[in-house]
Design a protein around this ligand. Structure first.
Ligand SMILES: Nc1ncnc2c1ncn2[C@@H]1O[C@H](COP(=O)(O)OP(=O)(O)OP(=O)(O)O)[C@@H](O)[C@H]1O
Ligand SMILES: [Mg+2]
Length: 243
């Protein structure tokens, strides 16, 4: 069996303990204070570490980065569950979860951009969903900054909505029903701005090589679910939102 234990920093620890595995990365415990997140297919964490340092310097909640080298990011070990686990366990209801997510967007997009090439550019996470938020003793903390970039704030909001909607429209998905409930609450919080760059968000998801063909096929249905929810919250006779 292939030894997947990390080299480098974690090599110097006795037995790095696997903590979690995402689609792209494995996370190992180094000690009480630190974890190592390592991309399985290699890569360079420098860009995401730079964004994390920038947002942290403006008070946005991210894990503290101790070392970024190649595919390895050594960072603060967070306590507490992910926002998804807390939502599924009933510790947060859909409104509280959606409010927390929308609030993280608002706080992130209020920060000064790091590069700021366009007038309306803001820092975007572009993968801000309940599995990438950990509810710690110091409040919600956002992880997984791989996709972070700068651009229009609404695009970040639309991507969160489309990611949740993709689960909601997958009938066989065990979380389809809670995802639909959460999507409705999230759209209620963020309103019609979710539509302004929805097409762009769908196009970005379509280009994501990590998506399965089934997920790609359901993108249009996911976008329609978001549009339908926006439309249904309008008073009768109102102009179609985003039109
Ligand atoms: N700083 C941290 N402290 C404690 N646990 C962490 C930390 N960072 C990540 N984790 C754990 O590792 C899991 C995966 O982390 P992360 O989302 O960064 O990896 P990923 O491979 O990009 O995941 P995915 O592709 O599924 O989004 C998280 O859900 C969380 O349980
Ligand atoms: Mg993740």
């Amino acid at each position: 069996m292939r030894d997947t234990r990390p080299a480098g920093v974690a090599d110097r620890c006795e037995h790095p303990t696997p903590l979690a595995s995402g689609r792209d990365a494995d996370v190992f415990v180094i000690d009480d204070r630190r974890v190592l997140r390592r991309y399985r297919e290699g890569g360079d964490v420098a860009a995401e570490a730079a964004v994390m340092a920038h947002v942290a310097s403006h008070g946005f909640p991210v894990p503290r980065v101790y070392q970024a080298r190649g595919a390895d990011l050594v960072m603060e070990r967070l306590d507490g569950p992910t926002m998804l686990s807390a939502f599924l366990a009933g510790e947060l209801d859909a409104t509280e979860t959606a409010t927390c997510l929308a609030d993280l967007h608002r706080r992130l997009h209020a920060l000064p951009p790091r590069l700021g090439q366009g007038e309306d550019d803001r820092i975007l996470h572009l993968d801000l969903h309940p599995e990438n938020v950990m509810l710690t003793s110091r409040g919600p903390v956002v992880i997984d900054w791989r996709n972070a970039t700068e651009g229009p704030a609404d695009l970040d909001v639309a991507l969160s909505a489309i990611i949740i909607a993709q689960v909601a429209v997958e009938e066989a998905h065990p979380l389809a029903s809670p995802a639909a409930t959460l999507l409705a609450a999230f759209v209620d919080r963020v309103g019609g701005r979710v539509l302004t760059t929805l097409d762009q968000a769908v196009a970005m998801r379509r280009d994501d090589p990590a998506l399965t063909s089934g997920e790609r096929e359901r993108l249009d249905a996911a976008a329609a679910l978001i549009t339908g929810r926006c439309w249904s919250r309008q008073p009768r006779g109102a102009a179609r939102p985003g039109a």
